[in-house]
Design a protein around this ligand. Structure first.
Ligand code: HEM
Ligand SMILES: *[C@@H]1O[C@H](CO)[C@@H](O)[C@H](O)[C@H]1NC(C)=O
Length: 330
């Protein structure tokens, strides 16, 4: 008897968990289709704005994807990165190279015409990041929406993982935001598109430990290529692909390159040196003998997790901005 009622209550607990799971999968108050009644065209408008800009400059895709990451890691995904002015997040060093703010503003202008004061800038950025991945050849995913825009944007709060960070530090930065080791490797896979500068890798390429030799983890047959792209004491602002030979295609070659010592950023290449991160790199690379993991699928899932960091919905701490680059006038 005891066993029967035990399994019965177990059944109801499972049923309850399943129901809760169905209605609050994303937590934080976001859900897929948040604007389906209030602004049915919201997602279409964002997509067409993104596509019209990306058609003339595909390199904006990488920047918009990175912008969403930098937004979410500081004050949560609340559009705080979009605010103009002295001392805002935008002025922080890692954000100086970001481009594509006009893409978000353009979508906002169209949305204000269609459904004024309904769609947040934070949501526009989350949707635009997804659309940028899709436009670059990646798989799509459903973006939960319903974020509101934050009221704080301070340069002093911008703390992001950096290109010289160890695996330990990278893992900790992600853990601080509720993201695990798999999420880290998956999301860094965003480096399958986009570029960095010679200035950030010249130490690896010429003088890694201060004794005039390169980082030994660089493939020796790749080193001459890197040196010809980035000559010693040359232009530090010259840009090169983060995923050699495949910088505009959202694919798994970034991971395959790490396995061959062809990562560009030091923080990326070390993911191959640490056992806990290497196993994911191998799995995404489709390496023989390891259980495969589909990058495209996992990326969407990890992006949904990232896009739910610190979501704001309250009247006291958030609003729907009329212009993405400015807080609403009081
Ligand atoms: C440990 C984590 C990470 C580190 C240390 C890191 C670091 C960097 C650095 C140093 C650059 C080059 C910037 C420049 O030279 O202008 C870069 C570019 C980029 N990052 Fe990351 N990143 C990390 C995670 C992510 C995540 C989670 C995403 C998105 C989901 C992302 C997306 C990108 C993209 C797309 C670019 C290329 C930007 C462009 O071409 O304009 N990164 N990252
Ligand atoms: C390498 O860096 C060290 C320490 O910063 C410096 O003393 C040395 O001159 C550099 N060597 C070369 C070849 O640039």
């Amino acid at each position: 008897m005891k066993g029967v009622s035990g399994s019965k209550s177990l059944f109801f607990v499972c049923l309850l968990l399943a129901l809760v799971g169905v209605t609050t999968v994303y937590g934080q108050g976001t859900r897929v289709g948040f604007y389906s009644k209030t602004c049915p065209k919201a997602e279409t408008i964002v997509k067409s704005a993104v596509e019209s800009h990306l058609k003339s400059d595909i390199t904006l895709a990488a920047s918009i994807l990175r912008m969403h990451f930098h937004d979410c890691f500081v004050q949560g995904c609340d559009g705080s990165i979009l605010i103009d002015g002295a001392g805002t997040e935008k002025t922080a060093r890692p954000n100086l190279a970001l481009r594509g703010y006009d893409v978000i503003e353009d979508a906002k202008t169209q949305l204000e015409a269609a459904c004024p004061s309904v769609v947040s800038c934070a949501d526009i950025l989350a949707l635009a990041a997804r659309d940028s991945v899709v436009f670059s050849g990646g798989s799509s995913w459903k973006v939960p929406t319903g974020r509101k825009d934050g009221l704080v944007s301070k340069v002093s709060e911008v703390i992001l993982p950096g290109p010289f960070d160890s695996v330990e530090v990278q893992k900790q930065r992600f853990l601080d935001k509720g993201l695990n080791t798999q999420d880290l490797v998956t999301l860094v896979g965003a480096h399958t598109i986009g570029t960095t500068t010679c200035g950030l890798i010249s130490n690896r390429v010429y003088n890694f430990t201060g004794n005039g030799t390169p980082d030994p983890s660089i493939d020796s047959t790749f080193l001459p290529t890197l040196r010809s792209i980035c000559p010693q004491n040359g232009d530090a602002s010259k840009r090169l692909a983060l995923d050699d030979s495949s910088q505009t295609k959202f694919d798994t070659s970034f991971f395959i390159n790490l396995g061959r010592g062809r990562g560009i950023l030091q923080s990326d290449q070390v993911l191959w040196a640490d056992a806990s991160t290497k196993s994911y790199v191998q799995r995404f690379s489709g390496m023989r003998g390891v259980p495969g993991l589909k990058f495209n699928q996992e990326f969407g899932k990890a992006m949904v997790k990232m896009s739910n960091i610190g979501v704001k919905t309250g009247a006291a701490d958030s609003e729907i901005r009329k212009k993405c680059s400015q807080f609403n006038p009081k």
